[in-house]
Design a protein around this ligand. Structure first.
Ligand code: ADP
Ligand code: MG
Length: 299
């Protein structure tokens, strides 16, 4: 059994106190010798802001507890990786973030709060459809609709009542470009999405997710069914998407977490064991269980 440990550490960039803090007036540093101040790059590091704030969350499937006392702040426009052995609750927590668990009978957040930009998403007046538009999801197994590539992308927009051809055309191109797929499919937009390779299908699903302009993209082991070349393409894509979206990715692949993410959360048996900058998790973890997992000694 895992004991509860203090998990959240302050991982803000350790810029000098003279660096501008969000919402505070800039304080000019006193004129000092160059050697006394950090590099300009360090001074200019923007402080990450929290987009998703998870506090004291417990989660049950019927009588079985799947998450216990989860506290986690997810940064805006960064990539956060969830890692940990199978069954530790990664997918459950991911699905909590856009209330996909609502669709599972007997599943519930029994304690705690989840706020996205300060809005508590489990309040009864929250529009769940709107929430899922803002918090899109890409699954382990790519799941294009049995429709044309074009219709896969426009499906969500049509549900919103958008039908203007030039509007839809523009979104299709923008989304496919955003998912690094445009050049490969622009001449066959009216052919079935199911005719694409596995890697292309997964990028089609990413294009479909970004077509409705979400703020957050949740990815649950998006590469686990892909070959190394297709995986590399999706990883490259994640690096581009991070400029405009907040990404939370569940992965079994340690190298992938290390390559793709800014911060990493390690889970074990329904608890968050450690959360820190990815570099620290992989090179200098604070918790012996994290160390054992990232070095491949279990899981
Ligand atoms: N739909 C479900 N109904 C009941 N139990 C579930 C369901 N989905 C997951 N669980 C259980 O919740 C725990 C966490 O599962 P999951 O979040 O899928 O873990 P992970 O993604 O880390 O492999 C596991 O014990 C799993 O068996
Ligand atoms: Mg899972």
């Amino acid at each position: 059994m895992v004991t509860s440990v203090p998990i959240l550490m302050d991982t803000r960039p350790s810029a000098p106190s003279t660096a501008p803090a969000a919402g505070k007036p800039t304080v000019r540093p006193p004129a000092v010798g160059a050697s006394a101040v950090a590099s300009p790059a360090a001074l200019n590091l923007p402080a990450a802001t929290t987009l998703i704030d998870i506090e004291q969350v417990d989660f049950f499937y019927g009588a079985t507890q799947a998450l216990a006392d989860i506290n986690l702040k997810i940064d805006d426009r960064k990539v956060t990786a969830f890692i940990g052995p199978s069954g530790c609750g990664k997918s459950t927590l991911l699905r909590c973030l856009n209330r996909m668990n609502d669709l599972i009978e007997g599943a519930r957040v029994s304690r705690g709060t989840i706020r996205i930009r300060g809005v508590e998403i489990y309040q009864p007046d929250v529009d769940v459809i709107e929430l899922r538009k803002r918090v899109g999801m890409v699954f382990q197994k790519s799941n294009p609709f049995p429709k044309s590539i074009y219709e896969n992308i426009t499906y969500g927009l049509r549900l919103q009542g958008r039908s203007d051809k030039s509007d839809l055309d523009a979104v299709v191109e923008k989304s496919l470009r955003g998912a690094a797929l445009w050049d490969e499919v622009k001449d066959r937009l009216d052919t079935s999405g199911l005719g694409l390779s596995g890697g292309q299908q997964q990028r089609l699903c990413i294009a479909r997710a970004i077509a409705v302009e979400p703020e957050v993209i949740l990815m649950d082991e998006p590469c686990s069914a892909l070959d190394p070349v297709a995986t590399a393409k999706v990883e490259e894509l994640i690096q581009t998407l991070r400029e405009n979206y907040t990404i939370v990715i569940v992965t079994h692949n340690m190298q992938q977490a290390a390559r793709c993410s800014d911060k990493t959360a390690f889970f074990y048996m329904g608890r968050l064991i450690e959360y820190a900058d990815t570099r620290n998790i992989f090179t200098n973890p604070a918790n012996p269980q994290t160390e054992a997992y990232v070095s491949g000694r279990f899981g």
